[in-house]
Design a protein around this ligand. Structure first.
Ligand code: ZN
Length: 160
């Protein structure tokens, strides 16, 4: 059976940036199991897997617009260090939950200059092409409960 909406799909994947650097991989761990057609993967990868079967291997380059979004300069803000009071350890790479003019979101500290801190609300992979190598390792129909929750239960999934 091919992958379609409501399939529970297990994949091994490796994600590289355009320079060939490995950003993420499942290969030395358990395969990733997800519910297809419910937005659990980035859009471009989910679409590339549509219609594939167990044993298929694909390579796909997902552009930012179908990945983690275009890089949005408006999500970058400079704030006074003192406005982050209560956070003891602010350094480049620290992730914070911040109130921004776009609402609450996770931001990353990208620069610290004397008493000014630059925070970036973009996803770390925003603006980047995502180069996936994927092997489909397992496939089954979702249970009614999984469809209600919109995600997978059992091995490779999560429960709550
Ligand atoms: Zn659930």
């Amino acid at each position: 059976m091919p992958i379609a909406k409501d399939s529970v799909v297990s994949i091994h994947y490796t994600l590289k940036d355009d320079a060939g650097e490995v950003l993420d991989t499942s290969v030395s761990a358990e395969p990733l199991t997800y519910l297809h057609g419910h937005g659990n993967l980035v859009q471009g990868l989910e679409r590339a897997l549509e219609g594939k079967s167990v044993g298929d291997k694909i390579e796909v380059k997902v552009p930012p617009g179908e990945g983690y979004g275009e890089y949005d300069k408006q999500l970058v803000q400079r704030v006074a260090r003192r406005s982050l009071k209560g956070i003891s350890d602010v350094r480049v790479g620290t992730q914070l939950h911040a109130q921004t003019e776009h609402g609450a979101r996770v931001v990353t500290v990208t620069q610290i200059q004397s008493d000014m801190v630059t925070i970036d609300g973009n996803h770390p992979l925003a603006g980047k092409s995502l180069n996936f190598e994927v092997a489909v390792t397992d496939l089954r129909d979702a249970t009614a409960e999984e469809l209600t929750h919109g995600h997978v239960h059992g091995p490779g999934g999560h429960h709550h």
